[in-house]
Design a protein around this ligand. Structure first.
Ligand code: PMP
Length: 352
């Protein structure tokens, strides 16, 4: 007897990057930050009173929302917090799309979780191919009959970014549709659309503590939007889990978000290594779209991505590979510390 539902039997879940613990790898496969979080995080953890764990956390993460609002230049009513930006994105599907509606539009090559969320919630999907240079075809997307859009900016896994001015023109051209910007990697680009949410009621911007804040282990993400959109997310949250952000995460993220100087420095280091790595990879004959994120999408015709992935793994360097059309020519490489990147380059030289 199969006790699973049709959905549990039929759905194809998202495959997260490997989190291998069998040996020590140089881990450049899941876009984590190579630098530790702000020292204020350690202080917040040390100061955290374990006795507090007896109680449920603040259901709407009030203090954290206030700290995020200050940083983003909006008010706490414009912020929603979730258990990782994946959860915020997941809740956005039932909050803004209907199974019998016009559906969600996104690029054919983008964060593959959107397709899984849409399938899970039964939301129709309209995919628009990226252009040959891996940029979004916004003209085509604008013309698609749909309820709204998911735009990862910078995009994953390509790393390509679009400036704020162009995004604002897009948002203004589709006033009746919601535009959800997934800005997981935006701090490495610096063109956030968060403030557009104050001027445009159809804009929702989703961010995370996992990448630029070096806090992937704490699982916290947030959305910035007008009060009506934030209320929609909150309604969905309270249908699943009233307390998605635990008390430790709230304390840690509140401490981290205030340390702008520390994170500006860490981000600058990652960006400078990205520039160096990108030039080195191109010099070795790789095709690498201009990256605005903390990773590089690198392909070389004569060796498939799979071969590079396997050879690097053997040498103790993990990168991300997808055995799928188009993607299988490429690997996605997270920017590491200078020393880690040197090992990567050395191994790639040996392969060529
Ligand atoms: N959006 C994009 C584009 C991502 O690559 C990721 C990380 N896999 C996420 C969202 C989710 O990040 P998190 O749930 O750690 O906030």
């Amino acid at each position: 007897m199969d006790l699973l539902s049709k959905k549990a039997r039929g759905i194809r879940p998202y495959t997260a990057g490997e989190q291998l613990r069998d040996r020590k790898y140089i881990k450049l496969n899941t876009n984590e930050n190579p630098y530790p979080p702000s020292p204020r995080v350690r202080e917040a953890l040390a100061a955290f009173d374990a006795g507090e764990l007896r109680l449920y956390p603040r259901p709407d993460a009030d203090l954290l929302r206030q700290a995020i609002a200050e940083k983003e230049g909006v008010s706490p009513e414009n912020i929603f917090c979730g258990n990782g930006s994946d959860e915020v994105l997941a809740l956005s599907f039932p909050a803004f799309f209907d199974p019998d509606g016009a559906g969600a539009c996104f690029a054919d090559l983008t964060y593959s979780f959107y397709e899984v969320f849409a399938a899970f919630f039964g939301i129709p999907v309209k995919m628009v191919p990226l252009r040959a240079d891996f940029t979004f075809d916004l003209e085509k997307m604008r013309a698609v009959p749909c309820r709204g859009y998911y735009i990862a900016n910078p995009n994953a896994p390509t790393g390509v970014g679009i400036g704020r001015a162009e995004m604002e023109r897009f948002v203004e051209s589709v006033p009746d549709k919601i535009v959800i910007f997934d800005e997981a990697y935006m701090d490495f680009f610096g063109e956030s659309c968060a403030l557009l949410a104050l001027r445009h009621p159809n804009v929702l911007v989703v961010k995370t503590f996992s990448k630029s804040y070096s806090l992937a282990g704490i699982r916290c993400g947030y959305a910035v939007g007008c009060e009506a959109l934030i209320a929609g997310l909150r309604r969905m949250k309270d249908c699943f889990n009233s307390y998605p952000v635990d008390a430790v995460a709230q304390a840690v993220c509140t401490a981290a978000v205030g340390d702008t100087a520390y994170y500006a420095d860490a981000t600058a280091k990652v960006v400078s290594e990205r520039v160096r790595l990108q030039a080195a990879l191109r010099g070795m004959g790789f095709t690498v779209p201009e990256s605005r994120s903390n990773f590089l999408f690198a392909g070389r015709g004569r060796r498939g991505g799979g071969e590079i992935y396997r050879a690097l793994k053997e040498g103790g360097v993990l990168v991300r590979f997808w055995d799928k059309p188009v993607l299988s020519d490429f690997v996605r490489i997270t920017v590491g510390t200078p020393a880690q990147n040197d090992v990567l380059l050395e191994q790639l030289h040996r392969l060529s």
